[in-house]
Design a binder for this molecule. Structure first.
Ligand code: NAP
Length: 343
């Protein structure tokens, strides 16, 4: 039986990946902060099916112990401060978790389990400010525009340096945005799904609050930033399948993973509100306070290598993904409406 160690198992990707590996017969070890595990999280339903190794990725000794204890055949390094917007307010911490901690993991592998295959979560945010309109692939250069992306660029380069210098199997997935019913509420796509669910249920002031402590939907309106921003958005379970495929190759190679289709935030709103029979223009406003200081450019994946080498392609369309997210939010909010807790 193969053994896999997943950092960030309590998150969106970690939990989907754990499910996939359990289905494939792996023994799964999850590295998580103890306090996070005992709060409701994306992997709560997997309690008893995965082995837990508690620690903080920032602590080199914690991750070294986890590698020693799990003796994994495969390691998936997914833990990170994963919100580019928030990385402005938490730049030093973001650098530690998203950058330095990856190097500590590579060191642990080098010393304690050099035969392990390592997947590292890089990000399309690394491409940053792009003036060209062409797609991004594994050889596109990086121009990060936020602390999150800068830290990811550092870790991405360290992965290559450790791979080449110590003959380790370390492969990076440069993943474009991927969403799901498990995205936390502070992410843009989930906010839109939540807003559409509130519109469908007639909720004018939502029970959940945004970063500024205001109801996410207030007086019937969902406040967003720049509605013209565009992303290549895919469905998370499709993307964790790519992570697994990446580690099944004879040679450690980096892969760009994305749908190759771009949608604006306006289109996202249209699809989400339309799925519940509402007009987004009556329910969404653009608030200048929510606009990021710098936005990445025209971020669009060229996943040719993944298609040709891994045989990977996305299976869930943008429209279907958004509809699933809206349905999930309705299922969460409806009991509150039915019980009279929310009007
Ligand atoms: P997520 O849901 O935010 O999960 C992040 C995970 O990292 C959580 O389990 C979190 O644990 C853990 N973590 C954070 N700081 C930690 C620390 N100091 N020690 C231990 N664990 C820590 O993110 P995701 O969407 O699954 O993304 C997975 C990875 O892919 C991340 O590296 C992200 O940057 C990258 N990525 C994601 C996307 C995307 O669109 N989803 C795109 C490109 C790249 P807690 O529960 O303790 O906070």
């Amino acid at each position: 039986m193969k053994r896999a160690l997943i950092t960030g198992i309590t998150g969106q990707d970690g939990s989907y990946l754990a499910e996939l590996l359990l289905e494939k017969g792996y023994e799964v070890f999850g590295f998580a902060r103890q306090e996070s595990w005992y709060r409701p999280n994306c992997a709560t339903h997997l309690a008893g099916r995965v082995h837990l190794l508690f620690g903080d990725l920032i602590e080199g000794v914690d991750i070294a112990n986890a590698v020693q204890d799990a003796q994994p055949d495969e390691i998936y390094n997914l833990a990170s401060q994963s919100r580019p917007g928030e990385s402005w307010a938490r730049a030093p911490e973001t650098l530690l978790v998203n950058g330095l901690a990856a190097t500590r993991l590579f060191e642990a592998v080098r010393h304690h389990k050099p035969s392990a295959r390592v997947y590292h979560a890089s990000s399309s945010e690394m491409f940053g400010r792009l003036s060209e309109s062409h797609r991004q692939d594994e050889i596109t250069s990086f121009t990060p525009v936020n602390p999150y992306a800068a830290a990811k660029v550092y870790a991405h380069h360290m992965a290559a340096i450790y791979r080449d210098s110590y003959d380790l199997y370390i492969a990076c997935g440069i993943l474009f945005n991927h969403e799901s019913e498990r995205r936390p509420l502070h992410f843009l796509t989930q906010k839109v799904a939540y807003g559409a669910a509130c519109a469908a249920l007639g909720i004018k002031n939502s029970p959940h609050r945004n970063e500024r402590g205001r109801p996410i939907v207030e007086v019937g309106k969902l406040a967003l930033g720049n509605l013209a921003v565009a992303r290549d958005w895919g469905y998370a379970p499709d993307f964790v399948r790519a992570m697994w495929l990446i580690l099944q190759q004879d040679q450690a190679l980096d892969f760009t993973i994305g749908t190759g289709k771009i949608h604006t935030l306006t289109e996202l709103c249209e699809v989400a509100y339309h799925s519940v029979g509402c007009d987004w223009r009556e329910c969404v406003l653009s608030d200048p306070v929510l606009v990021r200081p710098l936005e990445p450019g025209h971020v669009l994946a060229d996943a040719s290598r993944a298609r040709e080498v891994l045989g990977w392609h996305p299976t869930v369309s943008f429209e279907e993904m958004v509809a699933r997210m809206v349905r999930a939010q309705i299922a969460r909010l409806k009991p509150l409406v039915d019980s009279g807790e929310v009007a």
